[in-house]
Design a protein around this ligand. Structure first.
Ligand code: AMP
Length: 213
C-alpha cells in the first residue's frame, strides 16, 4: 500500500510516518527531511530552500516537485509513505503525473486532524535529534537523559522554524495552500481523516484500523 500523510505543521506526520515505516518497512519520503539534509550538506538545493524554510514559507512547487521526482527514481517499485508532500494542489497534480510515469498510485491520503492550540504546543515544545531526526517534546516526550536522544545519543535541538514567530507563518501557509488538499483527495476518493490528538500510539492505532478498513 502507498500512503501519503498530510496535515498542519505539528499534526504528527513525522512521528506517524516513523511508526508506519517501522511496522510496514515502507520507504519514507519526507520533503522536510530532504531539505534539512540538503541544507546541512550545503548543496545548491539546500541553499535554494533555506531562505523559504527559515521564514516559515513553502518552498516553491517547481523545486519541491523536482526533488520528489528524483526520489521516485530511487524507489524501484517499493511501497512508500509520503510525509509533507504534496502541500499544495499543484504539487498534488504533479504527483499524479510522477505516479503515472512510474505506474504507481496513492491508495490512501491520510489527513491528521489536530486543533490549532495543540499544534502550537506541540511545535514550540518539539525537540529533534540532530543526528537521527528522532522527535521529543519538552513536556509530552522527555528523553531519558536531558538534551540527548534515546535512540542514538545525538544532541537534541529546537528547529529554527519551530520558534513562535515562524510557526505563525507556517500555520498561515498551511491554511492557504495545504488545507485545500482535503477537498482534492476527497473528490478523488482517497481521503482518510484521522483524529491526530492524544498519544502517538493511540493515533497510530487509529491509522492502522482505518487503513485496514
Ligand atoms: P516539515 O519538516 O514537513 O515540517 O517541513 C519543513 C519546511 O520545509 C516547511 O515549512 C517548508 O518550508 C518546507 N517544505 C517541506 N515540504 C514542502 C513541500 N511539499 N512544499 C513546500 N515546502 C515544503
Amino acid at each position: 500500500m502507498n500512503i501519503l500523510l498530510f496535515g498542519a505543521p505539528g499534526a504528527g506526520k513525522g512521528t506517524q510516518s516513523a511508526l508506519l515505516v517501522e511496522r510496514h518497512r515502507m520507504h519514507h519520503i519526507s520533503t522536510g527531511d530532504l531539505f534539512r539534509h540538503a541544507i546541512k550538506n550545503q548543496t545548491p538545493l539546500g541553499k535554494q530552500a533555506k531562505g523559504f524554510m527559515d521564514k516559515g514559507q513553502l518552498v516553491p512547487d517547481e523545486i519541491v516537485v523536482g526533488m520528489v521526482e528524483e526520489e521516485f527514481g530511487k524507489l524501484h517499485g517499493k511501497q512508500f509513505i509520503l510525509d509533507g508532500f504534496p502541500r499544495t494542489v499543484p504539487q498534488a497534480k504533479a504527483l499524479e503525473s510522477i505516479l503515472n510515469t512510474h505506474k504507481m498510485r496513492i491508495d490512501k491520503a491520510v489527513f491528521l486532524e489536530v486543533d490549532q492550540g495543540l499544534l502550537m504546543d506541540r511545535l514550540t515544545g518539539r525537540r529533534v535529534c540532530r543526528k537521527c531526526g528522532a522527535v521529543f517534546h519538552v513536556a509530552a516526550k522527555l528523553p531519558k537523559s536531558a538534551g540527548r536522544c534515546d535512540e542514538c545519543g545525538g544532541e537534541l535541538y529546537q528547529r529554527d522554524d519551530d520558534k513562535a514567530e515562524v510557526i505563525k507563518t507556517r500555520l498561515e501557509a498551511y491554511e492557504v495552500s495545504t488545507a485545500p488538499l482535503k477537498a482534492y483527495y476527497e473528490e478523488i476518493g482517497r481521503l482518510v481523516v484521522v483524529d491526530g490528538t492524544g498519544e502517538a500510539n493511540q493515533v497510530f492505532s487509529r491509522i492502522e484500523s482505518l487503513l485496514r478498513a
